[in-house]
Design a protein. Structure first.
Length: 325
């Protein structure tokens, strides 16, 4: 098989008898498009997707843009359409602008689902979400508030204002603060485009522009480690709380040296595994039911056309060494 630009990272044909010349129910190609390539979060997703590809005997393609850019995602999806894959699963950088290319894929008979970050529902048939967005947003604010003594100035560092999932989280973060913690004040929302260097510079500027800042909440995986490093470099460890979403491996040192206090996430590896598992179920015509048990993931919940993987995990100095991803 000529794989062209993209490498099939697992090819089920290696395990098939050569005499079977016709495409069977098992012989699917699933293409997964993350928001951005090369950062630890999506590397862990890829690891889980690869494991599922091997376990479930499907051809798997995994390719994302070097920066979190919807136009580059569109180009990758165009290439996958040309390759006539069976299903495209995308973590969308923009919920609307990817619509036309996803519609084009569907018109050609390619199934389309989203995971991690959704599009408008009309462009896909299923969204795989890590956690319930309201529960997560309110939980993140509770964590920040508890470490700030429920008062003082704070800032949010988000990956993108337009990414649907990030926007939903942020809306509930702010709602929880306004409803429950009236003595806290949001002074700035910084967009980082999921770029580590931009995140660090943004955190530095926050510390300079707001000398009374007492907390930074990072709602994408690169935000908290950048903010914690900026706090450490500014000599403000213990004076500025850093919480939010990130991976244990990115935050281990910061939790131990006190430049961050508590970090939350789910297992991105399980998310990758779940995405491939449900993609194959759809292609096989299997109905996805509430409470369905997915091997190596657990039981999932169904909320409308959304699958919810599970509950978030909090990481602290005390438990961080129990996790490795």
């Amino acid at each position: 098989m000529n794989t062209g630009k993209y490498q099939i990272i697992y090819n089920s044909e290696q395990k098939k008898e050569q005499k079977n010349q016709n495409k069977s129910k098992e012989d699917f190609t699933i293409a997964i498009v993350p928001k951005v390539s090369g950062i630890p979060y999506f590397n862990a997703v890829e690891e889980g997707a690869l494991e599922a590809g091997k376990d479930l005997n499907v051809n798997l393609l995994f390719e994302g843009p070097p920066i979190a850019d919807w136009q580059q995602q569109r180009n990758i999806i165009e290439d996958f359409i040309q390759r006539d894959v069976d299903l495209i699963a995308v973590s969308a950088n923009d919920p609307k602008k990817l619509g036309p290319v996803l519609q084009k894929a569907r018109e050609k008979g390619i199934r389309v689902i989203t995971w991690d970050s959704d599009t408008d529902a009309k462009y896909r048939e299923l969204f795989i979400n890590m956690v319930d967005p309201e529960n997560l947003g309110r939980h993140l604010m509770d964590n920040l508030a508890s470490k700030m003594g429920e008062k003082g100035e704070y800032a949010i560092m988000t990956g993108s204002h337009v990414a649907a999932t990030s926007s939903a989280w942020m809306s509930y973060i702010i709602k929880q603060q306004e409803e429950v913690y009236p003595e806290m004040k949001l002074v700035k929302v910084v967009e980082t485009d999921d770029n580590p260097q931009k995140s660090y510079l943004g955190a530095q500027k926050l510390l300079k522009d707001y000398p009374n800042l007492q907390g930074i909440l990072g709602s994408s995986s690169v935000g908290p480690p950048a903010a914690a490093q900026a706090v450490l470099d500014a000599g403000k460890t213990g004076k500025v709380t850093v919480t939010g979403l990130s991976t244990p491996n990115l935050m281990r040192t910061h939790l131990k040296d006190g430049s961050s206090q508590i970090i939350t996430l789910w297992s991105p590896k399980k998310l990758g595994y779940l995405t491939v598992s449900l993609a194959k179920d759809l292609l096989n015509g299997d109905k996805i039911k509430d409470g369905k048990h997915i091997g190596k993931v657990g039981n999932v919940k169904i909320k409308g056309d959304t699958v919810i993987m599970g509950l978030p995990i909090d990481f602290t100095r005390e438990n961080i060494d129990q996790y490795d991803f």
